[in-house]
Design a protein around this ligand. Sequence first.
Ligand code: ADP
Ligand code: MG
Length: 457
Amino acid sequence: MTNQQLWQAVLGELELNLSKANFTTWFKNTAVSCIEEAKVLISVPNTFTKAWLEKKYHQSILKSLQNFVGPQIKEVVYRVEMVKPQTQKMETATVSSSSRVAEPRNEECKKESVQNKFGLNPKYTFANFIIGKNNELAHAAAQAVANNPGKSTYNPLFIYGGVGLGKTHLLQAIGHSLLAADSNKKIIYITSEKFTNDYVQAIKGRTMERFKQNYRSADLLLIDDVQFMAAKDGTQQEFFHTFNDLHQSDKQIVMTSDRPPKAIPALEQRLISRFEWGMIADISQPDYETRIAILKAKCVEKELVLDSDIINYIASAIQNNIRELEGALNKIIAHQQFQHVTLGLDLIKNILLPQVALGRKSATPKQLINFVAEFYDLKLEELLGQSREKRLAFPRQIIMYLMRKELQSSYPAIGQELGGRDHTTAMHAFEKISNEIETSDRLKQEIEQIKQRLYSN
Ligand code: ADP
Ligand code: MG
């Protein structure tokens, strides 16, 4: 069991009791850097995070570490160091002396902080990617792009799908594959949030030329989670130009998102149409067989031996996404290795109980309304208000549909929740959306995505 696996397991536990926003804010770029008898060293990216973890989350972190390692753990020390040194060329200049990478203290630490050139995760390769019905099209398109980058039919490639379904994995696999064929290729992997940040920094620091030069000299530009592309600050305009430049010089662009281009609310029309130029492929939830195949492959990767009844149990209990499947395995590994026992099905059911319960938890109407508002980038007051504009009426109908279908609410209750509407309105909405789903793949996808978010939060 590596420190990384241990930390994954701990994070898996902490995540259950935190909001997603809090969790990402405080635990992004943290890691276990060393364990020295009773002491665990946690590396954190800055002093702010350090102070916050010490103040707010220390007890939970300690408890969880004890849970996995054993009661001998008495002390947790938080140390500011860069966990993942950013290796993209453009960034070296912006790393200030105060945030220099800390010297690793021993071999173990060194191993943990090694990162692949271009910031690609070494595990996210095609070889490690299991193909199922849910992702075969996206996988085939990704391979086509890796074999023939820049060919116009697949340029850009746009991959979309819900959380934890393998978008980042596939995106980076393209990068690895291209590098393996030609190590001189320049690959940029970046999230759209990071792109936005870089752009803002470049403006502040008057380094726009370097910014442009950097992005426009890429052979392969991989942009992750474009749904977070900021609407303001000229980011989209700059991205538009970068896009055109690369596309004209037959350089390959690949993007991922949690939804198709048209459904990204804050995206400019001209970018939407650019994104639709090439190939759009979706990844949906894996079916039972694919989940089994993924679990088996991950067990081999992690050198974990599990009976088939256990594998079958996990595959049927955890259905939402692949990250959760992996999380379940990490948890089992942590328990087995630190307690030096092989766990049977009953114990495993116990260990995974919080996760399974969470996966099945039912959302409240309020949560549902909030999610839909967030998904379509609408204000709550608008959504619950009286206006019948189409941009409001349609999401409202989706809410009514989901409240009925997923939460089994009564029609009068639905009308009530949605700003005191009549129950017949709710009935009508339910029928309308039920019918439209049959004929519109796009609507079906959108509703799937909303459901996924609803249950994965
Ligand atoms: P996303 O970017 O869609 O949220 P990720 O690419 O981060 O999801 O995938 C989540 C985890 O699941 C990663 O550890 C990834 O390796 C794993 N994973 C996803 N899809 C597959 C697959 N088809 N085969 C093997 N591992 C997968
Ligand atoms: Mg991702």
